[in-house]
Ligand binder design. Structure first.
Ligand code: BJW
Length: 251
């Protein structure tokens, strides 16, 4: 249930931060990680999503990412992504801080998208760091090598790796300065990202979780709405539009 308090707060908010995870892309057909049938029920993260795995078996890790790229490149933003982008009609500044690597928030039209865990559409050389963002690599079967001799890898953040400093610093700023933080479609267990809603709470923001399941954030959030992003976010937009019509008519 979406509260009147939330809609009223949204109409008065200057900055809303929308912190998102894999659940937001589930309705676009992109698998989540930890659900039954999710990626980690079929693959072991320690064998695929860390640097040691890539160094030991670059071809295997590359192939896993190529298969996921195929899904992502065919995926389209869903109603949840569009509603998050649509919040910009009502709030002066909306910042999307995402753990997702699929680029779907940008495709949906969100203006400020902070990618904490990288972007699967990009690559760089593991050895010298040179970037390789050419699209041909996204369908290359064999792990490509750089002229320096290093292997080229997807530009994603694996376990044990630091998040890009500009992204996490800006995300922390947006968490601290926002009036409302939405946490949408994340299990809230991967750090340091999971600390952002808590930082927002400490800084006085109103924190709202949207997720069909409970998470470690649930008991801290001001509101926890049980539902999917593709249903709840458009409903919030509908309620905002209803609030806006009378004020426009009264001008
Ligand atoms: C829906 C829905 C619908 C479904 N609508 N909702 C402090 C304490 C403990 C551990 C650590 C700590 N600090 C650091 C660590 C270690 C580690 C960590 O957090 N481990 C935990 C698992 C315990 N963190 C790191 O290693 C990070 N680096 C780091 O901290 O460096 C410094 C350091 C190093 C070493 C030691 C200490 C410090 C890096 C983390 C990188 C995460 N990388 C991945 C893979 C990215 C590339 C790839 O995709 O292959 O990022 S892992 C994976 O998890 C991916 C995700 O972004 C991330 C979060 O997952 P997310 O988005 O929450 O997905 P799910 O599947 O978990 O949840 C989906 C949710 O959606 C569910 O709740 C559903 O109910 C819901 N849902 N359908 C709305 N339609």
């Amino acid at each position: 249930m979406i509260s009147r308090t939330l809609i009223e707060r949204l109409t008065n908010a200057r900055l809303v931060t929308v912190f998102t995870g894999a659940g937001v892309s589930a309705e676009s057909g992109v698998a989540t990680f930890r659900a039954q049938g999710g990626l980690w029920s079929k693959f072991k993260p320690e064998e695929l999503a860390n640097l040691d795995a890539f160094l030991a078996n670059p071809q295997m890790v590359w192939e896993w990412y190529q298969a996921r790229r195929e899904v992502v490149l065919n995926a389209k933003p869903n109603d949840g992504h569009h509603a998050i982008a649509g919040l910009e009609e009502f709030v002066p500044h909306v910042s999307v801080v995402t753990q997702n690597i699929d680029g779907l928030h940008t495709e949906a039209g969100s203006s400020e998208v902070i990618e904490l865990h990288g972007n699967i559409r990009k690559n760089f050389c593991q050895n010298c760091g040179v970037r390789y963002d050419d699209l041909e690599l996204l369908t290359e079967h064999h792990v490509p090598s750089c002229p320096c001799g290093g292997n080229i890898r997807p530009d994603v953040v694996w376990f044990g790796e630091l998040l890009p400093s500009t992204a996490i610093e800006l995300a922390e700023k947006r968490a601290k300065e926002c009036n409302i933080l939405f946490s949408v479609g994340t299990s809230s267990i991967v750090w340091p990202a999971a600390g952002l809603p808590l930082l927002a709470l400490d800084s006085g923001a109103y924190v709202v979780e949207i997720n069909p399941a409970q998470t470690p954030l649930t008991r801290h959030a001001h509101e926890s709405i049980r539902g999917t992003s593709g249903v709840v976010m458009p409903e919030i937009m509908r309620l905002l539009r209803e609030m806006k019509i009378p004020s426009e008519l009264s001008k």
